[in-house]
Design a protein around this ligand. Structure first.
Ligand code: T3D
Length: 258
């Protein structure tokens, strides 16, 4: 069904694999659209309770396919508004946890996409390059929004202004990734992490995601109000009842995502 990505669902986890390994999985218009569609598909599917985004071959994603834009006049504003911005917004609209399983280099908009995911897991072979400045551009696809919020303004400016490569170990040190795993077992570790998330109360997790991101834009009073609204929704789920019942019965909860 998809041409530039693979989409597989198993045991509550949808794995979306960027699949242009010869081009370091660089973005084409089709891939932008297919990622957006895959996230929508995962959002609609009640069997999917966690999403993993990863890359085929050696790279995670090298940003825009520069072969598609080299030598031509590019309408940068239109390019971003029509292709990249809807894709990035879909990461936020998807009320399920999204893990970037960064198997190799994540550069340019590929790095931005990893930042737009909720959790970043890295292979020890992964690296991050805020490559925009290296071709005289500004971080886009949410890079200017997420990067300072994740690593702080000082580090964000350094990475964006120098365009230097950050290793997986350094990414862990500065809080750019949540975990680093050996390359040999990376895909299994990432899926195991995703399965754990998929077994948790999915609706509460969706509300946590929405409320935390909204909290970045609101003051304390507004956030408190939104938390009360979110708690009403979470408190009416079957998973909440199950969590309390399991606690009282001194057993492990069996969450169903409802
Ligand atoms: O018009 C616009 O550009 C607007 C859009 C903006 C969004 C953006 O994402 S802008 C940023 C675009 N991306 C880049 O500038 C990254 C360019 N690539 C690199 O800097 C390096 O390739 C990497 C740091 C990603 C990896 O370096 P390295 O040394 O590990 O590998 P390599 O040898 O440079 O690349 C391996 C292959 O992938 C190579 O192909 P070949 O020679 O083996 O046939 C290379 O050409 C290809 N490749 C890597 N990045 C891209 C790419 N092909 C097309 N587009 C790419 N972005």
């Amino acid at each position: 069904m998809y041409e530039t990505i693979l989409y597989e669902v198993s045991e509550g986890v949808a794995v979306v694999t960027l699949n242009r390994p010869d081009k370091f999985n660089a973005f084409t218009e089709k891939m932008n659209k297919e990622i957006t569609d895959a996230l929508k598909q995962a959002q609609k599917d009640a069997d999917v309770r966690c999403i993993v985004l990863t890359g085929a071959g050696r790279a995670f994603n090298a940003g825009q396919d520069l072969g598609d834009v080299a030598g031509g006049e590019v309408d940068f504003g239109g390019f971003l508004r029509e292709r990249y911005n809807p894709m990035i917004l879909q990461f936020q609209k998807t009320e399920k946890p999204i893990i970037a399983a960064v198997n190799g280099v994540a550069a340019g908009a590929g790095m931005s996409v990893a930042l737009a995911c909720d959790i970043r897991l890295a292979s020890e072979k992964a690296s991050f390059v805020n490559a925009f400045v290296n071709i005289g551009l500004v971080p886009d696809s949410g890079g200017c929004y997420f990067l300072p919020r994740i690593v702080g303004m000082g580090k964000a400016l350094e990475l964006a202004m120098t365009g230097e490569k950050v290793s997986a170990a350094e990414a862990l040190r500065i809080g750019l990734v949540n975990q680093v795993y050996p390359a040999e077992s990376f895909q299994e570790e990432a899926v195991a992490y995703a399965r754990k998330l998929a077994a948790l109360p999915t609706r509460a997790i969706g509300l946590i995601k929405r409320t935390m991101y909204k909290g970045l834009e609101m003051n304390l009073e507004e956030t408190l109000k939104y938390e009360a609204f979110a708690q009403e929704a979470a408190g009416s789920t079957e998973d909440h009842k199950e969590g309390v019942t399991a606690f009282m019965e001194k057993r492990a909860p069996r969450f169903t995502g409802r």
